[in-house]
Design a binder for this molecule. Structure first.
Ligand code: SDX
Length: 426
């Protein structure tokens, strides 16, 4: 039965359709609002505005639920490989054995990076941030792989190239930043093993692949794989709506993710914990500062636009932290400090009233430190994990017959009309 809401203004009534999602979420379809009333809606930050219908990821921020194509993230983190999760997000279902084998072969066969791309890396200043390098290199891929994004097979090869090469490009930027030889991907290693080997293997000391580290990376990337219409995914959809190539759309997603309010928070959390540690580990002082409107300090890794309870990914990440550090016999003082800070915050009335809980970034940096990832690469790790989600969301928007260029409206608050004043009269 069709549902409507009725708006009344100046004696005029208009009926707007109500859309109901498969989990019962409701939206008012305002696509005829301006034509019927001359009004637009205004929602800075889009906290109340849906940009699309999507069948990829479901989040319930009040209950702390996250599912990829209907499968709870907890089950994927426990049982799936990152490759399977990427396939699930992009294709809408888990692959059978034959499909997974074919996907693995395609990823392996496309995991090398065009040798001429190496020159690009060597011309970045050594201290360049790896997110700026990654965004540039992904954009540059269009120059090296100029196929059009029109035919099904060309789109498939472009998606596979991105998934296959992003690890190699990330590891290359790390090796080159250290003045080390690049390590190439190997056909005998899994997706996660290959990345670790490309990052840490050297001619003088073979990288010792540890099961618990490979598993931690698998879970880390699964937890980051998609998160419906977050800032960077919305950037990919927005830029993609102009029908630009997929590489450019993904490059814009990487740029958005770099921000400390978004994916850059995992690096900012470690920098914050280190600063608190240097300041004597005073958690009470940090909590008070984070509440002070005159102090720009915020508790990084806390709070979320959607989750008003514990981020389900943070729960898994926190548990994985404990298990990984114990199995590796690592005692990271920042983990103890993070736990203490969380305990302080969760008891603080301000944090309780504002529904501020740890998000995915609060413990993820501790996991990455244990794996040996340098802090400046933390957000690159987030980007590698989020890539399948960005691709899936881009593909869903491109396949939507109703999708058109994204072009929001505005309410003008500037000067009223006045004439140009010649320079001699100013
Ligand atoms: C990610 O969208 C996604 O799904 C993103 C993500 C994904 O997977 O793609 O989950 C990944 O980006 C996680 C978030 C990582 N960012 C951080 O950890 C940075 C710290 N957090 C905040 O900056 C903030 O919580 C945001 C950016 C995450 C959310 O910002 P909102 O929804 O715009 O909320 P807000 O800034 O308007 O804050 C509402 C209130 C304010 O207080 P009042 O003015 O109402 O009194 O809560 C306060 C804020 O001051 N607040 C915080 C706080 N976060 C919000 N106060 C102290 N510390 C914080 N971290």
């Amino acid at each position: 039965m069709d549902e409507f809401i009725t708006l009344t203004y100046n004696g005029k009534e208009i009926k707007l359709p109500v859309i109901t999602g498969s989990e019962g979420e409701k939206a008012i379809d305002i696509s005829t609002l301006r034509a019927e009333t001359g009004f637009i809606t205004l929602d800075p930050g889009y906290g109340n505005t849906g940009s699309c219908l999507s069948a990829i990821t479901f989040m319930d921020g009040e209950k702390g639920i996250l599912r990829y194509r209907g499968i709870p993230v907890e089950q994927l983190a426990e049982k799936a490989s990152f490759k399977e999760t990427a396939y699930l997000l992009i294709n809408g279902r888990l692959p059978n054995r034959e499909e997974l084998t074919r996907f693995s072969v395609m990823l392996n066969d496309n995991s090398l990076v065009h040798t001429d791309l190496k020159a690009f890396y060597q011309n970045f200043p050594r201290a360049s941030h790896p997110m700026g390098i990654l965004s540039s290199m992904v954009n540059a891929m269009k120059s090296f792989y100029p196929e059009l994004d029109t035919l099904e097979e060309e789109i498939n090869i472009t998606m596979t190239r991105l998934l296959a090469k992003v690890r190699t490009m990330a590891a290359m930027s790390y090796k080159i930043s250290r003045g080390h030889e690049i390590v190439l991907p190997r056909p005998d290693l899994t997706y996660c093993e290959n990345f670790l080997n490309m990052m840490f293997d050297t001619p003088v000391r073979s990288y010792e692949m540890k099961r618990e580290v490979v598993n931690a990376l698998r879970v880390f990337w699964i937890l980051h794989a998609d998160h419906e219409q977050n800032c960077s995914t919305s950037a990919v959809r927005m830029v993609g709506s102009a029908r630009v190539n997929l590489y450019a759309a993904i490059s814009s997603g990487i740029a958005a993710l770099w921000g400390p309010l978004h994916g850059g928070a995992n690096q900012a959390v470690i920098e914050m914990l280190t600063a608190i540690q240097k300041d004597g580990g005073n958690c009470a002082k940090a909590i008070e500062r984070s509440k002070d409107k005159n102090d720009p300090f915020r508790l990084m890794g806390f709070g979320h636009r959607v989750y008003k309870t514990y981020d389900p990914r943070a729960k898994i990440m926190k548990k994985m932290c404990d298990e990984l550090l114990e199995s590796m016999h690592i005692n990271d003082p920042l983990l103890d400090l993070a736990r203490e800070l969380e305990a302080f915050a969760l008891k603080d009335p301000y944090f309780v009233d504002h529904h501020l809980y740890p998000n995915v970034d609060f413990y993820s940096g501790i996991v990455l430190r244990a794996i040996g990832i340098p802090t400046k690469m933390f957000t690159v790790m987030f980007a590698i994990g989020r890539l399948p989600g960005w691709i899936a969301q881009w593909k869903e928007s491109m396949d939507d017959p109703k999708w058109r260029i994204s072009r929001p409206r505005q309410i003008y608050t500037g000067s009223l009309k006045y004439d140009y004043v010649p320079i001699h009269a100013r």
